[in-house]
Design a protein around this ligand. Structure first.
Ligand code: SF4
Ligand code: SF4
Length: 365
């Protein structure tokens, strides 16, 4: 007996697949499955998060619908994966945010943008909000740097703690002892597999999306989004070092490292999410967890909006639009941080942890 209906279904499918084993070369899920004769809830959540949703095992399967076995591994894993995010959420009180994620993120994003606009208007007069501010320290005429650092530092710290607690619960559930450490080889191998998105290629031929012809588009757009995010994060870290170590205040000139990294990252975060969104809407409905479409779309839209507002701020920072655009950008980033532990962002983290476990298992064979 399993805790949920989807875990019952995942168990049924893995039992069929374990007898068949036709797909063992496609990804990490099937080799990990073959190491087990029966599946606990934790095992199934591990396999679900190891699945990259490439879709390749659906058209390849001789037991997929209309066969009576009704084998649809990508869809069952997608649903089980989404339900696992809610199961491991911390605090558990907020786990419901995953089910209505699109709505929750829309409300929080609108509210936080309004909060920054209202805050700027309340603490400054209209001339400051709509005035032209240039040169070092221009942003801080609208909001003091320390207030910005405390507010964003607090929400970022909260997101990190909530994510760490979720990962702790996941790690324990998939069979690793709490406090059990992964070895450096497993960590490195998982990092390499995650960095290459090794299992998002259907065993080498590409992802199956709108039809049975595989292609690499989803993998490429994932790369744009992931590395765009990393570059934007690096830009923010370097800007923080500039501020505290070199006493250099933002905004920085076009050629400076935080702006160069932020611009490259911003482009990645426009191209990647836009492409992923297009692929998502074109995807064969048989592969899609329709109930959680809102969560996927909300996360992609938040990444896109973070970049769009940041790029608009970069281009128009020397004009009167700077104040409203800064409020808009900070509001979107604040909402992104706040909702990070309760939306699709967690998929990257759980998938990495599942890859670490997989690397460890491979070492032990
Ligand atoms: S998905 Fe289908 S073809 Fe692939 S291992 Fe499972 S039962 Fe076999
Ligand atoms: S959808 Fe792709 S990653 Fe997931 S189990 Fe099937 S082949 Fe593996």
């Amino acid at each position: 007996m399993h805790g949920t209906r989807i875990l019952e279904e995942a168990d049924r499918l893995m039992t069929v697949c374990n007898s068949c084993r036709y797909c063992e070369g496609l990804c990490a899920v099937f080799p990990a499955m073959e190491l087990r004769r029966s599946f606990s809830d934790g095992d199934l959540n591990y396999l679900a998060n190891l699945c990259h949703g490439c879709g390749a095992c659906y058209p390849d399967c001789q037991f997929s619908p209309p066969h009576e076995f009704n084998v649809n591994v990508p869809k069952a894993m997608a649903i089980a994966r989404a339900e696992s995010y809610a199961a491991y959420a911390w605090p558990a009180l907020f786990s419901g945010a995953f089910a209505r994620n699109g709505l929750a993120i829309s409300i929080i994003a609108s509210f936080s943008v309004a909060l920054f606009i209202f805050g700027f208007a309340a603490f400054n007069d209209r001339q400051v909000l709509f005035g032209v501010h240039t040169g070092p320290g221009a942003f801080y005429e609208l909001m003091p740097h320390n207030a910005m650092a405390v507010l964003f530092g607090a929400v970022f710290l909260y997101a990190i703690v909530a994510l760490a607690m979720g990962v702790r619960a996941f790690w324990r559930d998939i069979g690793e002892p709490v406090g059990g450490r992964a070895g450096p080889r497993a960590l490195f191998r998982a990092m390499r597999d995650a960095g290459e998105l090794r299992y998002l290629d259907g065993g080498g031929v590409g992802c199956v999306n709108e039809d049975e012809r595989p292609n690499d588009r989803r993998k490429i757009y994932h790369h744009f989004a992931f590395y765009g995010f990393v570059l934007c994060f690096a830009s923010t870290c370097i800007a923080t070092l500039y501020h505290y170590l070199l006493a250099r205040e933002a905004p920085y000139p076009w050629w400076d490292l935080p702006v160069v990294l932020g611009t490259l990252g911003g482009l990645g975060l426009l191209i990647g999410p836009a492409g992923l969104l297009a692929e998502k809407f074109a995807r064969d409905p048989a592969l899609v967890d329709q109930q959680r479409l809102g969560m996927d779309v909300a996360f992609i839209a938040m990444l896109f909006m973070t970049s769009l507002t940041g790029m608009a701020l970069l281009m128009l920072r020397d004009t009167a639009a700077m104040g409203p655009l800064l409020a808009l950008h900070l509001g979107v980033v604040f909402a992104l941080f706040l909702t990070m532990p309760y939306g699709k962002f967690v998929h990257g983290i759980y998938r990495y942890v599942a890859l670490v476990r997989y690397a460890q298992e491979r070492q032990q064979i």
